[in-house]
Design a protein around this ligand. Structure first.
Ligand SMILES: [Zn+2]
Length: 78
């Protein structure tokens, strides 16, 4: 079984779908038993989703964008 440290080291590759089938299985196995890493992966995923929504070019009104993202975030919380 992976250690938490190994799990964290692989987590961005995991979220990007860069891992081999075997590595993915190992990570899923770890996540089944480790609430700490589950929380970590969830936060990473949330952050990636937020980053993907950000435009590449400078934002004219950053406050407005932050507010919009926060509103979407609230909407998605069940
Ligand atoms: Zn762990």
């Amino acid at each position: 079984m992976l250690t938490c440290k190994e799990q964290v080291a692989r987590s961005s590759d995991f979220l990007d779908g860069q891992l081999s089938f075997r590595e993915r299985l190992m990570m899923r196995h770890h996540l089944m038993f480790c609430a700490t890493c589950r929380r970590f992966i969830r936060q990473m995923r949330l952050m990636q989703a937020t980053l993907r929504k950000l435009p590449e070019s400078p934002v004219p009104n950053l406050d407005q964008l932050a507010e919009k993202l926060a509103a979407e975030r609230r909407k998605n919380i069940r």
